[in-house]
Design a protein around this ligand. Structure first.
Ligand code: FMN
Length: 138
């Protein structure tokens, strides 16, 4: 494909666990029959579809770097498949926003970690990788 695959949807409430892990995520609910990439962790661009006023430090129409998780969060328990974006360097209450996630690069597979600490450490490495991949030239 000549351009990143885009998934659009509305930001809905997740299990509310992300904040306590230090990585709050926007849970994106795509429309039925949307094509979702395979389970795993990705570097991508997160955009609130505009136009509209700023939401926190997020400007609609302006892509922000994101570490994106697709899967059933096996570390915690099998449940519905989610598309979750941790948006780097931004602070915003994004519930109800119509957003787009552009999938740029696959970082790793979705894993069931033995402990939450290991998951959090992996998320930190994911964020570093996203900065390296998407920050080049910025
Ligand atoms: N969950 C897993 O069980 N295994 C993973 O390998 C995994 N990797 C993730 C990587 C990133 C960059 C992000 C943002 C999330 C990842 N998750 C993974 C999902 C977290 O478990 C999830 O974001 C967290 O439990 C918060 O969920 P909530 O928003 O529904 O509260």
């Amino acid at each position: 494909l000549g351009r990143p695959h885009r998934v659009e949807g509305v930001v809905v409430r997740g299990d509310g666990r992300g904040k306590s892990l230090g990585f709050p995520t926007a849970n994106v609910a795509p429309p039925m029959h949307a094509a979702i990439p395979a389970d795993g962790v990705y570097a991508g661009w997160f955009t609130v579809l505009g136009p509209g006023p700023n939401i926190g430090t997020v400007t609609p129409g302006q892509p922000a770097m994101a570490a994106v998780s697709v899967g059933t969060n096996p570390t915690f328990s099998g449940r519905a498949r989610t598309v979750e974006a941790y948006v780097l360097d931004r602070e915003a209450d994004l519930y109800g926003q119509h957003v787009a996630v552009d999938f740029v690069d696959h970082l790793r597979g979705m894993r069931k970690f033995e402990s939450v600490d290991e998951l959090v450490a992996a998320m930190g490495r994911d964020v570093d990788a996203v900065r390296k991949i998407l920050g080049a030239g910025n």
